[in-house]
Design a protein around this ligand. Sequence first.
Ligand code: ATP
Ligand code: MG
Length: 348
Amino acid sequence: AKVIFSGIQPTGVPHLGNYLGALQQWVKLQNEADEDTKLIYSIVDLHALTGSQDAAELRKHKWNTLATLMAIGLNPWRSTIFFQSDVLAHSELMWILSCEASMGYLSRMTQWKSKLDLEENHNPFEASPGKEGNKLKLGLFSYPVLQAADILIHRATHVPVGHDQSQHLEFARVCANGFNHRHGQVLVPPSTLLSPAKRIQSLAEPSLKMSKSHLNNKSRILLSDTKNTIEKKMKVAVTDTNGYVSYDPEKRPGVTNLLQIAYHMDPEAASAGSLEEYARQFEGTHLKTFKSKLTDVIDDHLTPIRERYFTFAASQNGELMEAAELGAKKARESADATMKAVRDAIGL
Ligand code: ATP
Ligand code: MG
């Protein structure tokens, strides 16, 4: 039987990149799943600790991430939706996998390397303890090991993620195969499921991916943004000096990103064919006109989600709390079954 697993960090209200690259696919998989398919979706709060640590913020984002997942149409009775920290076994399996994970392999992960660049600290192993500027943490380095544990502990067969997570998934497969090679067939190497919109770029810097943790909040459109906010962000979305639309992914990454967003949100797009064909109808359109059309497309698509989001968020946790408890219970059962086999296999 299929087991679908994926996660999202509670580092802010999810944005269009999260939605088009991952969350929309989570819902589709749920709605199209046959009875035997298990779906497990985690709000990975332990992963969020690798970023800035602020207890009140984290608590707030945990609940608004859960509200978002419910708002987009995930059903907590059909899918298992849970907070990672409610299932202790994730951390236990992470330790076990750490004892076999390669430092060399981990140091080549692009997510880690991009954080190295951000900190301008190219040799993290040399920085002395307690010194200002020594911000690179072990948890950030071992992030992919915890992610591998999240996936493997639920015996996931398929993991729907955006393109930025492909390398981490390859690492998870290496962990599973390595473990199985030494200890027998215990873990399941998962397949990656990339969604059609595998990478949405930042509105402020089209060379970067849209991210929750990017400092500039105009770089992303949140699922909770009102039409007015979408309009404002769209107005300042960075393109280039050409004021008219044309499809040129190489030379015009900003415009291409906007076309891409439109393509994946416009109900008319399905009949247009490929992105390139869809883009043809806007060829030569004034960018201002196109941005205003895109604002409408996004707003129409997000309005029902936003309304549900605010209802859940305002329900002061009643329904959300119930969903989280139910999810934690189901996720614990799923994780404990694997841990029993793992502990047995390694002699604990
Ligand atoms: P953070 O900046 O805190 O890492 P994030 O925006 O990268 O936040 P995550 O919680 O790390 O979001 O990732 C959740 C899911 O969204 C993952 O499957 C990831 O691949 C996907 N995702 C994130 N950003 C994008 C993007 N710009 N385009 C497509 N998919 C994305
Ligand atoms: Mg991320």
